[in-house]
Design a protein around this ligand. Structure first.
Ligand SMILES: [Zn+2]
Length: 488
């Protein structure tokens, strides 16, 4: 300001000069008049001419003005009243150009100020315009370029801002915290900061620069939903995060239903820098509970009951890592501490329902001399009963009591068989077979050859049974018949 005032003062003084010259000129005329003889007609003529000249001079001085012309690179852009005013307007233009950078812009354009006397009307018509000057002057400011592998990617106002961008970039991916001790974070690329002169419009703020480095030149592509796709799977396939997939498709949430064949957008973000970080993390991890299945005859066939609910445990894991832009590339567990132990889930399953395939023989159906498998009271006969069709006879017995093969033959089934419980089928040939059900224990296996009267199992109450007994069937060519017709 002081400088500007001084300029103004200086300039006002200069403005007086032409008026001073005007006085001097008049004095000269006066002296000239004194020295001549006024009686001569020649002189009268000269005097008249003098008056005309003086008049013209006065007229010239009263219709013109002293001004300062402003030229940029040799081109006159207009006039200011004086140099101070001209310089002030140029400063304002440079300040305007630097606005937002916190600097007054500079220019390498050649700006000149020339004092002139011009016609008042011409002056009035060509008063320097701020807008014209703003447009004409090419500004630059001092900036700092961030270069990646020698190539400038972004301009900041100064080195401090550039450093701030790079630090924030590292923090974005490393996320240091109480449980994440970052030992080192280095860029994989060669990053340099270079002092430059830059057009103010090319400057980016710290946040803008950070955003640009993180996203790079985002590439948008389309993706066709595949069968069994989920947002998670799509993200996995495209090396993206679920949030990124959703963000590229306005209105989408994790609950949005997607259909195979549907086309969605994927905006692939490729950060310009890779932060390789090393450190130690302490994380709480879940210990998933085990599931143990037991078979229980107390549970209905095909059903299952949770006997003991499982509960996840928790452990604290300390590991050393190497990450690239937040993705783990190396992980070494250094310590593991169980906080709570998991509780095993126990599921009790009912006996497995198996389709009983019995490869029994086919034939005449003649069998000679079947013997009773168990001696005991018949508690239920073959045929229709209140509960439906009864395919055999029930012979009363106590659990653990031995029963016997009705005839010699080959064991074709020995195992649990749904409602029959533990059960045996013996093929006797000629299309005749016998079945022994609800056993507590089986003493033979599939493929065994058994002789007539051999102890093959023990009485029980397994399967669909209300008390210990032996359910005995005679099967001829795949269909049950009344056993009493075959027993002595
Ligand atoms: Zn029965």
């Amino acid at each position: 300001m002081i400088q500007a005032r001084q300029y103004l003062k200086k300039n006002k003084l200069k403005e007086h000069i032409p008026r001073f010259s005007q006085v001097k000129l008049l004095t000269r005329f006066a002296n000239f008049f004194k020295s001549i003889s006024w009686k001569s007609p020649k002189i009268i003529g000269i005097s008249a001419l003098g008056v005309i000249i003086i008049g013209a001079g006065v007229f010239y001085l009263s219709t013109t003005v002293v001004a300062v012309g402003i030229t940029v690179n040799g081109k006159n852009l207009g006039y200011a009243q004086n140099k101070a005013e001209a310089e002030q307007i140029v400063q304002e233009v440079l300040r305007k150009h630097g606005e937002g950078s916190g600097q007054v812009a500079q220019t390498s354009d050649k700006i000149e100020y020339e004092k002139v006397r011009i016609n008042k009307n011409e002056y009035a018509a060509n008063i320097i315009s701020f807008a014209v000057l703003l447009n004409a002057v090419k500004p630059y400011i001092n900036g700092c370029a961030i270069q990646i592998n020698g190539e400038t990617v972004v301009y900041l106002a100064d080195e401090e801002q550039a450093d701030s961008v790079l630090t924030k970039y590292k923090e974005y991916f490393t996320k240091p915290s109480d449980t994440n001790k970052v030992d080192s974070a280095e860029f994989e690329e060669e990053v340099t900061k270079v002092a430059v002169q830059v057009h103010p419009n090319d400057l980016k703020s710290v946040d803008e620069a950070l955003d640009y480095l993180l996203k790079g030149d985002a590439v948008e592509k389309e993706y066709t939903i595949q069968k069994d796709d989920s947002f998670w799977l799509i993200a996995r396939k495209n090396d993206m995060l679920v949030e990124e997939v959703l963000a590229a498709n306005p209105g989408f949430t994790e609950d949005t239903i997607i259909q195979p064949g549907q086309v969605i957008k994927l905006t692939k973000v490729e950060p310009l820098l890779t932060v390789v970080s090393k450190g130690t993390k302490v994380v709480k991890e879940t210990i998933p509970f085990d599931v143990k299945t037991i078979t229980s005859t107390k549970v209905a066939s095909g059903k299952s009951v949770v006997q003991q609910a499982g509960k996840d445990g928790e452990k604290e894991v300390t590991y050393k890592y190497v990450e690239k832009n937040g993705r783990t590339v190396e992980k070494t567990v250094v310590k593991e501490e169980v906080i709570t132990k998991p509780v095993t889930q126990i599921i009790a399953k009912g006996p497995v329902v198996r389709t009983v395939y019995v490869g029994t023989s086919r034939g005449s159906g003649s069998v000679s001399g079947l013997q009773w498998p168990l001696s005991g009271r018949i508690t239920s006969y073959y045929g229709y009963r209140s509960g439906g069709f009864h395919s055999g006879i029930d012979i009363d017995g106590v659990t653990g009591q031995p029963y016997y093969a009705a005839s010699a033959g080959k064991v074709v089934l020995a195992g649990y068989a749904g409602g029959y419980g533990y059960c045996i089928i013996i093929d006797h040939g000629n299309g005749v077979a016998t079945r022994y059900a609800h056993s507590s224990k089986l003493l033979v296996g599939v493929g065994d050859q058994v002789s007539k009267g051999q102890n093959i199992g023990l009485v029980g109450s397994t399967g669909k049974s209300t008390g210990s007994h032996l359910h005995f069937e005679v099967i001829v060519n795949g269909s049950t018949v009344n056993p009493l017709n075959y027993l002595p």
